[in-house]
Design a protein around this ligand. Structure first.
Ligand code: ZN
Length: 201
């Protein structure tokens, strides 16, 4: 596949760097875009550059935001006593769909993974501790993924947070083990939040 015109090859290469897009898909998307009406292709290009330009990380919880703070941190109706810890901003979207939590969130931007060299220092844990110190947090809900990295992260945080005298809970099982929160259906995820349990210290 080295015989494409240069701009086509660049497009295929860039698409192929996206997560979950293999070489075949990259070619298919590239040719779809080449065949598409100019305004359709330009709309996609604009959506990407707009998102990169306008979207930043919330300085409080590390969710995606359009300003300094995300919509959830700005929402005064939220229960400031409940803080739900997740790995990625997309997990917030999944949890919000369940409508079970009325608290706020804290995004770690990853999970502990010795294999990938991700240690607690790489995650937003220092920031989490600062929030617990400065805000009126009574319960921390550990909603990391039900896989090895997520469980390791939840255990690490539980050991760190229990001595602070706050309630530390973990979302219940019932979620597919090894899975990702974002792929769980709303009912399963809703039950997992409802059935959250205090973590043993
Ligand atoms: Zn926020």
């Amino acid at each position: 596949m080295a015989d494409y015109a240069r701009p086509v090859q660049v497009l295929v290469d860039e698409l192929g760097r996206l997560p979950g897009v293999g070489p075949k898909s990259a070619q298919r998307i590239a040719f779809y875009l080449l065949k598409a009406a100019p305004e359709d292709a330009n709309r996609l290009a604009r959506a990407i550059s707009d998102a990169k330009l306008k979207v930043t990380w919330c300085r409080q919880c590390f969710n995606i935001a359009e300003g300094e703070l995300c919509a959830i941190c700005l929402d005064e109706q939220r229960d400031a006593q409940v803080l739900c810890v997740v790995e990625e901003p997309r997990d917030i979207v999944a949890l919000e769909r369940t409508r079970e939590l009325r608290g706020r969130y804290h995004v770690l931007l990853g999970a502990i993974s010795p294999i990938e060299g991700i240690t607690p220092e790489h995650l937003k844990i220092k920031e989490l501790l600062a929030r617990i110190r400065d805000e009126d947090v009574q319960e921390v809900v550990l909603a990391t993924n039900p896989n090895i990295e997520g469980e390791a992260t939840a255990m690490y945080l539980a050991r760190l947070l229990k001595p602070l005298g706050i309630q530390v809970t973990r979302i219940a099982s019932g979620l597919p083990v090894g899975g990702d929160l974002e792929y769980a259906d709303e009912v399963t995820l809703g039950r997992a939040i409802e059935g959250r349990r205090e973590v043993e210290g």
